[in-house]
Write a protein that binds this ligand. Structure first.
Ligand code: AHR
Length: 506
């Protein structure tokens, strides 16, 4: 049949580096993400390393997680970091008003988070409190974490058992200030963002990468105002650079906010609506990037999509405030098309964090007591590792691409992206059509190809998912449905499936 996508990839024209930080993660004090998910405590019968679950760490290490954002989310703007240090049984308790109205015992705090990052081999991304916190708290938290030598906070850290300062690069200022982070207008938040960033100091050689909390979805007014306020010089001939990035959040869900639909039971129409909404991320990244170009034409300031992913109704019988949802093949495809969009905008998009790693929203792993299951989304992250810090390659469609009309507009039924690093190209291809295979023709130009291997994530139905009783229902397999002839590579991608090719170059 005719190809759903015929495209040219110039292997000898590498573009911008795809930061590995586009594959970042997010762990909030929400539901069973931290408690029960990452943290079980030292006395637990679940095997742990100083209270941190061994099985979760072992699974996530396979993803080479580049950074982990913590402690929220909405929780970050209620969190007072000094509650989470010192002897655990003496730590004050609080109410987690956003998420289930449950009691938070603060057993997982700064030291536990930094220990988790060390076990995962990942960089911390600390999100600081603007909504209900103070500039003073922010300033002292940075000092506590990163200052060497003798200072009040460095001394306090040592009293709590940590001599050396930690390295912390990613520093978030606020979270969704337009909503749970204070219900502020951007005109109110921007001056606060300037003030907080001023006192989030670089100590010694620890250089912070400050990220200002940003817009929802396509709120370009937010980004424009923030950019103007953080880049304007206010008459100062050489101001310190306040921010290295601004963020935005975008979630994919099916229905309306109050009824987002089930993670595993959905109609074909609901499936297609989800896919068309997932694909909007491309437009939104481009939109924020265009606004940023006006204020920062040399692209010094990065864009950070520090919350993204699917958001469904919670699994029946679970706490509505815990945001526990299953994760189907459909979720994997949503992740795959996000990554294609990320790779294509690597010149501006420097960081992204899926929400959230364990037991919350679009998770990598689900846990039940001492059991753990990998989700289809986990496998997409694993299969796409070849793109980490590789140089983006444009995938240029030649001729017409197959499309489908969804809610009044056409969406492509095949999504693809590519990159090159160390003499090999990684090509990711997603067939969004859940009912028909897709033939894809790629013309790989500019460098000779010596060998191609592939992996495919596919299942009988896009609603298929892994459970504790059937943990490997959706798993990657070797992919052989391709042919090469000279520079041309033709593949047949199964219905609703994700393929990654590893192309060895001469
Ligand atoms: O990820 C769950 C919540 O979604 C976060 O706490 C908040 O930032 C967003 O609204």
């Amino acid at each position: 049949g005719t190809a759903a996508l015929s495209a040219v990839i110039d292997l000898d024209l590498p573009g911008p580096v795809i930061s590995r930080h586009l594959y970042g993660h997010f762990a909030e004090h929400l539901g069973r993400c931290i408690y029960g998910g990452f943290w079980v405590g030292e006395d637990s019968s679940v095997p742990n390393e100083g209270g941190i679950r061994r099985d979760v760490v072992e699974a996530l290490r396979k993803l080479s997680i580049p950074n982990l954002r913590w402690p929220g989310g909405c929780f970050a703007d209620e969190y007072h970091w000094t509650d989470g240090i010192g002897p655990r049984d003496e730590r004050p308790r609080m109410v987690n008003t956003h998420w289930g109205d449950v009691e938070e015992n603060n057993h997982f705090g700064t030291h536990e988070f930094m220990a988790l990052c060390e076990l995962l081999g990942t960089e911390p991304y600390v999100s600081s409190n603007v909504g209900s916190g103070s500039v003073h708290e922010t300033s002292e938290w940075v000092e506590y974490l990163t200052r060497d030598g003798d200072s009040p906070m460095a001394r306090l850290r040592r009293e709590n058992g940590r001599d050396e300062p930690w390295k912390v690069r990613f520093w978030g200022v606020g979270n969704e200030p337009w909503g749970c982070g204070g219900n502020l207008r951007v005109e109110q938040f921007a001056p606060l963002a300037r003030q907080h960033a001023t006192y989030a100091r670089n100590h010694g050689d620890n250089q912070l990468y400050r990220i200002a909390a940003g817009a929802a979805d396509d709120d370009y007014h937010w980004t424009a105002t923030l950019m103007r306020e953080i880049t304007s010089r206010l008459g100062d001939p050489a101001p310190r650079e306040l921010y290295q990035a601004v963020s935005f959040h975008y979630y994919t869900f099916g229905g309306v906010w109050s009824e987002k639909g089930s993670a595993t039971r959905f109609t074909r129409d609901e499936y297609w609506t989800t896919m068309s909404r997932a694909l909007r991320v491309r437009r939104y990244i481009a939109g924020h990037a265009a606004v940023m170009d006006a204020y920062d034409p040399t692209k010094k300031i990065g864009l950070a999509l520090d919350e993204w992913g699917t958001w469904w109704d919670v699994e029946p019988g679970t706490n509505p405030g815990f945001l526990y949802q299953q994760n189907a093949m459909r979720d994997a495809l949503v992740a795959a098309v996000h990554f294609d969009a990320f790779h294509d905008h690597a010149d501006r998009l420097r960081l992204a964090n899926i929400a959230q790693t364990v037991n919350v929203l679009q998770a990598m792993v689900l846990t039940d007591e001492d059991r753990l299951v990998l989700t289809p989304t986990f496998h997409v992250f694993a299969m796409n590792r070849g793109h980490h810090d590789a140089q983006a390659l444009a995938v240029r469609p030649r001729g017409e691409q197959a499309v489908r009309e969804v809610d009044g507009s056409d969406i492509p039924t095949v999504s693809a992206s590519a990159s090159v690093k160390d003499g090999r190209a990684t090509v990711s291809v997603t067939n969004l059509d859940p009912d028909a295979p897709a033939r894809v023709e790629l013309d790989l130009r500019g460098r000779a190809v010596t060998s191609v291997t592939g992996q495919v994530l596919a299942s009988d139905d896009v609603a298929d998912h892994n459970t504790f009783d059937a943990p490997t229902a959706v798993e990657p397999r070797d992919f052989h449905a391709f042919e090469t002839s000279g520079a041309s590579l033709t593949l047949t991608v199964p219905p609703g499936a994700f393929v990654v090719l590893d192309v060895q170059l001469a």
